[in-house]
Design a protein around this ligand. Sequence first.
Ligand SMILES: NC(=O)c1ccc[n+]([C@@H]2O[C@H](COP(=O)([O-])OP(=O)(O)OC[C@H]3O[C@@H](n4cnc5c(N)ncnc54)[C@H](OP(=O)(O)O)[C@@H]3O)[C@@H](O)[C@H]2O)c1
Length: 282
Amino acid sequence: MILATGANGMVGSYFPSETVLKTDIPEMDVTDFDCVRDMFRQHRPDHVLHLAAWTDVDGAESHIEDCCRTNAIGTLHVAAAAREVGAILTYISTTQVFNGKKDDPYTEFDEVDPVNAYGASKAEGEKIVREICDRHYIFRAGWMLGGGGKDHKFVGKMFDLMKTRDELVAVDDKTGSPTYAKDLCDGILAHIETGLFGTYHMVNGGGVCTRYSMAIEIAKILGRDDITISPVSSEVFPLPAKRGNNESAINHKLSLMGRNPMRPWREALSDYVRAELMTCGR
Ligand SMILES: NC(=O)c1ccc[n+]([C@@H]2O[C@H](COP(=O)([O-])OP(=O)(O)OC[C@H]3O[C@@H](n4cnc5c(N)ncnc54)[C@H](OP(=O)(O)O)[C@@H]3O)[C@@H](O)[C@H]2O)c1
């Protein structure tokens, strides 16, 4: 049986409830070791999908301890409890573990060197998983797409703005790799069947992109080619957390193994907008 932590979040919503026992705060708070251990002893999962996390990247800068307690100590609790019941552990990480100074997309062979508190807490979580659970998978995702009616991230915001605006701006000096949460979950479920443990990048392919190129693509999908979208510097939208200029990645290991399940990001974005945003009544 697979047990998921933090399963009420965006990524968790794409895992099937029929095969995954979904837990979340408050009944399963990963910062409470007794609670985690009791839950695992009760259900004795074969596999734990550890999704619970502090994911507010900007808020983490002013709440470093809270972020570390959830992302590092919470992961320690989950890893220790998983080991006790003999479960395999799967952890979702982020391309924000890198410093963003590389010119090309990051591979699994690059060194981590986070530049913000969230990235540091996720990198610490990775280390803890490797130290405690021999049988583990770590999947690093990029700019996550998903959530449909609850999407308050870039794609959701652009979708809403494009209903009423004829002119928009979007940042074009930061690169990343979109990752449709649905594709990520399907990819994870397929890969964890293999027994090929380790750290993997799992982002959509089709080349790196910027928020600007994503905005252009969303306008195309919505048939709003008439909107003027202008590229701007990230300095126009100052944020508390530092971001590297390059958060892009490739699924280097999965590709070398002939097991890369991720489609191009334009295709994934189109599916997401059509199947989830255009139908959710927002
Ligand atoms: N979203 C992204 O852009 C992104 C990109 C790369 C990697 N990831 C990683 O992907 C994983 C899933 O993220 P997501 O996008 O699904 O994030 P999310 O929507 O914020 O979901 C995280 C879930 O964890 C819960 N949670 C928070 N603190 C907890 C605690 N102490 N104990 C148990 N549950 C707790 C949250 O509950 P509340 O909502 O009530 O706090 C939420 O339901 C995370 O590990 C994240 O770091 C996310």
